[in-house]
Design a protein around this ligand. Structure first.
Ligand code: 6LW
Length: 505
């Protein structure tokens, strides 16, 4: 029997539903409320959490790991280390979140009664080896933790103890690399084991198997992979790492990661891996994934736009909003809105964005075309605005008293590409990204990154226009995406406001 969840309202919605560097989505529902968590790697606070009433509009309600007692990344933890692939579940009146800290701590489990927080301190799982941990409970109250590979541990989720020996489970299509991102569900008479395989690059895909017990034996779906865009020219690529959820009306949905590459050959994605939504039908006891596209039919229920993250922050509040992220930690003494009311004050720790331990506060670039502006007072130091992929890949505009400089760091190459005297006092710095409009050359990059300052009358003075491919995952490597933020490289700098304006999805 075919049960269609694709509604016929005529309305459409846009994918990704959570744009920008928001990979490895895990979703759960409690009543009419959906919650979703993503990986955060070297950034602090860690594991962004979102809420939605309609699966389409998501509001960030916090970060699960926002205290040093929950997340202590070594100051030299590598970029694309840190926190990988959470699983978020609602069980027994509580929210459960399990995640791997690959840089220190291994697998960690947290609980909360309200997903907006506070989340507990971690329960450590020293006996659970492997990334991408999943949590599932059977009717006898056993808690099963399944990890990439794919293997499974029975655990006591309250103490973190492993009970008995790990079992090896179905590991995906023979010959396919990287069976990972397992999620285990009891649906009807079967236990379903959903995995990603093929690696998180262009060959990524989603496959599934089913069995009568939580540990199998598992029979693979004859239609595997149930979702992949490998070998296609689809605008959404690298599709994989999925999770399933059922809506109150009985329809099923999948969240997954994908990327939107731009430019010529081989294509570069600059926003990281983003979170997409797609409907799922069930045919003969197997999930059939609907068409994943940038614009797709809206769900059948009334849409409920949430509170979109504001573009502008005037730093008038004592706490930073949850979308602000820093590198590895954020000591309050180095980053505060309390020192100079109405301004964000940053005190330099490291010397520049080449250092792992630099004072940096940024937000994810979520749109291919966007304009970021910030008013900086560099009277007592040096600092500025940067587009960051990692320590070896960033473009910066740095202000010092009387001067601004634009710097491009690309792998081992480091160059001051422009500089200009400025009048004494605060200056507006600007970074603007724009996709390259026409593909008349196979080597065309994905976008340009324009960097400059504003004259007192608001006129833009471009100091450099840089090829965006060098700040893409295909060049830099790793698992993250661009973050555009403020930094301090010497002394103390103050930022009056930061304005993020989307210009095009
Ligand atoms: C994650 C793995 C993956 O652990 O990438 O795409 C890794 N999937 O499941 C890092 O996000």
């Amino acid at each position: 029997m075919r049960v269609s969840s694709v509604p016929e309202t005529g309305q459409t919605i846009s994918n990704p539903v959570i744009p920008g560097f928001h990979p490895d989505p895990s979703i759960c529902r409690a009543g009419d409320d959906y919650y979703l968590a993503c990986s955060s790697f070297e950034y602090f606070p860690g594991v962004p959490l979102f809420h939605s009433r309609d699966l389409v509009h998501w509001t960030q309600i916090g970060n699960a790991l926002d205290r040093p007692s929950q997340l202590r990344l070594p100051p030299d933890a590598p970029s694309s280390g840190g926190l990988y692939a959470p699983t978020l579940r609602h069980h027994d009146g509580r929210f459960w979140l399990i995640v791997t800290n690959v840089s220190s701590g291994g697998n960690l489990l947290f609980t909360a009664t309200d997903p907006a927080g506070p989340w507990s301190d971690p329960v450590r799982l020293p006996g659970v080896h492997g990334i991408d941990p999943d949590l599932a409970w059977d009717d006898d109250g056993n808690c099963w933790c399944t990890v990439a590979g794919v293997s499974q541990f029975r655990i006591d989720p309250h103490t973190g103890e492993t009970l008995g020996e790990p079992r090896r489970l179905w590991s995906g299509t023979p010959g396919a690399k990287a069976p990972e991102a397992p999620h285990l569900y009891r649906i009807g008479d079967y236990w379903y084991l959903l995995i990603a395989e093929g690696g998180t690059e262009r060959c990524h895909g989603v496959s599934i198997a089913r069995g009568r017990t939580p540990h199998g034996p598992f029979e693979p779906c004859p239609a595997n992979p149930i979702l992949t865009h490998r070998g296609t020219d689809h605008p959404i690529q690298n599709t994989g790492h999925a999770d399933l959820v059922q809506a109150p009306d009985g329809s099923w949905w999948m969240v997954l990661l994908g990327v939107r590459p731009g430019g010529g050959t081989p294509g570069w994605h600059v926003l990281g891996r983003e979170t997409f939504l797609v409907p799922v039908d069930w045919v003969d006891g197997w999930p059939v994934v609907g068409e994943l596209s940038l614009v797709m039919p809206a769900p059948a229920w009334p849409l409920q736009p949430g509170a979109a993250a504001p573009g502008r922050d005037d730093f008038d509040l004592s706490e930073l909003a949850p979308y602000w992220i820093s590198l590895r930690h954020r000591p309050e003494e180095d980053c505060t809105t309390k020192e100079r009311p109405g301004w964000l004050t940053l005190h330099a720790r490291g010397g520049s964005l080449d250092d792992t331990d630099v004072t940096f506060v940024g937000r994810r670039q979520q749109h291919h075309a966007c304009r970021v502006r910030s008013l900086i007072d560099p009277a007592h130091g040096r600092g500025g605005l940067a587009v960051r992929l990692d320590e070896q890949h960033h473009y910066d505009i740095e202000a010092a008293p009387g001067e601004v400089r634009v710097r491009a760091r690309i792998g081992p190459l480091d160059s001051v590409v422009a500089s200009r005297p400025t009048p004494a006092g605060p200056v507006v710095l600007r970074i603007e990204t724009a996709p390259v409009p026409t593909l008349n050359d196979a080597r065309t990059g994905p976008d340009t990154v324009s960097v400059g300052i504003e004259e007192p009358d608001g006129a833009y003075v471009e100091l450099a226009s840089l090829d965006g491919r060098y700040l893409s995952t295909e060049v830099a490597g790793g698992f993250t995406g661009r973050v555009i933020g403020m930094f301090a490289s010497a002394g103390s700098v103050h930022f009056d406001w930061y304005d993020y304006q989307p210009l095009q999805r």
